[in-house]
Design a protein around this ligand. Structure first.
Ligand code: SF4
Length: 264
């Protein structure tokens, strides 16, 4: 949640701490997954298999990976999906997932505890004490053999993610797993079927700056939540941003609810 918190703290809080607010009587919308996140998850399945094949010294089998990815995609959208203008249906999504995977360049992962450093941390991610009873957790997509931390992003637009990558760097250093040499993104654009697929864009962030951004957001989340616990007052605790691109009943569980009265 670190990268998206500043866009609308109230939406981020509603998504991340929903159970806590539900216990206070707030009700939220059920959101269908967006095609962007479902396609992104499918692409991660394939890129993870590609990197694992490099680590294992095996031939990568694209058809097997695509089958797994498409099955996950169809399970992910089984109960509905927010399609968009770039990806209006399953056929288009599968076509795009296939060609996004085709431009990904696999890398040799670092070995940690005898396993490739791909989405490390298991079910709960890598965890670290964030102070005041808080835990920071996260799943870096890939730590390369050169100790470079890389997150794969697919989407229609490339957005900045310094706080997320800074959070990964903090997690890795505080667990003494690795001192990252670089942190950044591999962005593979999801493009309309009628246009050619572009190559990936590699983005690198300054580690000290990204860690500072991450710490700033972590402190703000803790402070906002502490204010809410103390006052129970949403307006004092979490800013709203109705100008956000994601301020819509499609993307925000609080839209039109008592948790965000400005949109009622
Ligand atoms: S409805 Fe809009 S302003 Fe309200 S929490 Fe969601 S994104 Fe933020």
């Amino acid at each position: 949640m670190l990268s998206s918190y500043a866009d609308c703290p109230r939406r981020a809080a509603a998504k991340q701490f929903r159970k806590l607010f539900a216990a206070d009587g707030y009700e939220f919308r059920q959101l269908a997954p967006s095609v962007g996140s479902a396609a992104g998850t499918a692409l991660h399945v394939i890129t993870g298999e590609m990197n694992r094949a490099v680590w294992n010294g095996e031939q990568f089998r694209l058809d097997d990976a695509l089958q797994m990815a498409f099955q996950g995609f169809s399970e992910g959208i089984a109960e509905g999906c927010e399609w968009d203008a770039t990806t209006p249906n399953t056929n288009t999504a599968e076509y795009q997932i296939r060609r996004m995977a085709a431009v990904y360049k696999p890398r040799m992962p670092l070995t940690i505890d005898g396993a490739p450093a791909i989405e490390i941390g298991g079910e709960y991610g890598i965890r670290a004490n964030a102070g005041d009873g808080w835990t920071l957790s996260g799943h870096p997509d890939l730590i390369g053999a050169d100790a470079a931390v890389d997150d794969t992003k697919s989407g229609v637009v490339l957005r900045p993610h310094q706080p997320q990558l800074g959070g990964y760097s903090l997690l890795l250093r505080s667990n003494n797993l690795v001192r990252p040499t670089r942190i950044g993104l591999t962005f593979i654009q999801r493009i309309a079927k009628t246009k050619p697929q572009k190559p990936p864009v590699i983005v690198e962030y300054s580690i000290p700056e990204a860690e500072r951004y991450a710490m700033g957001v972590i402190k703000r989340i803790k402070s906002d939540m502490a204010t809410y616990k103390e006052t129970g007052d949403l307006e004092q605790s979490f800013l709203v941003n109705p100008c956000s691109m994601m301020c819509s009943p499609k993307f925000c569980p609080a839209h039109g609810t008592d948790f965000c009265p400005i949109t009622k």
